[in-house]
Write a protein that binds this ligand. Structure first.
Ligand SMILES: [Ca+2]
Ligand SMILES: [Ca+2]
Length: 195
């Protein structure tokens, strides 16, 4: 009889221990901090393409820059930054020669730089250009922005560059939850960058 009672007592202890272990594990799961996603502020639903073009027949080297809300900047020297990707640094004529399938050079006159923005974070983006080299007295530079996801033509603006190392701002736009909620044209001049 004593052994039976002792066995029941041990079973009760084990059951209670198991019960409190389950309670403790559940509580720990509830209070444990979630793994931090370093890109948590980036909304992947944003998908913009920024296209900068200038006279295909000029040998100017104009550069497209986009500064993200976190301070990172995509441009020829940082072709990947803050979810933005620059296809190439078009340097004028030197970018226009390709090798054909027969091994012979093919020249296609084209002056274009494209940034694809695959993630949008909340805050203000600044889109601007820079005259790295000017062989013509003035270069008219056009910027067009397309929303690839919604197939919308978002923006277009042309500026004139006539001084080497000159910056011109195309647009600033503010993003909230993957959407552009406001724009402005306030001028932006990086402090001595690249000069
Ligand atoms: Ca360039
Ligand atoms: Ca070119």
């Amino acid at each position: 009889m004593l052994n039976v009672m002792k066995s029941v007592q041990i079973d009760l202890y084990l059951a209670m221990t198991l019960f409190w272990m389950v309670i403790a594990i559940v509580a720990l799961c509830m209070i444990a901090p979630k793994a931090k996603n370093k890109d948590a502020d980036v909304k992947i639903e944003g998908l913009l393409r920024v296209v900068m073009t200038y006279d295909d027949m000029s040998d100017d080297d104009i550069d497209l820059h986009i500064k993200a809300p976190n301070g990172q900047e995509v441009y020829f020297n940082a072709k990947v930054a803050a979810g933005m990707f620059l296809d190439l640094d078009d340097v004028g004529f030197a970018s226009d020669t390709m090798q054909g399938l027969d091994g012979k050079p093919i020249i296609i006159r084209k002056n274009e730089e494209i940034v694809t923005m695959r993630g949008l974070m909340n805050g203000e983006y600044i889109v601007f250009c820079h005259a790295w080299r000017l062989n013509s007295p003035q270069s008219k530079v056009k910027c067009e922005i397309f929303d690839i996801k919604t197939k919308r033509y978002v923006y277009s603006k042309s500026v004139d560059l006539h001084l080497v190392r000159q910056y011109k701002t195309f647009i600033r736009f503010v993003v909230e939850d993957g959407k552009i909620v406001s724009t402005n044209n306030l001028d932006y001049q990086p402090d001595g960058v690249l000069n």
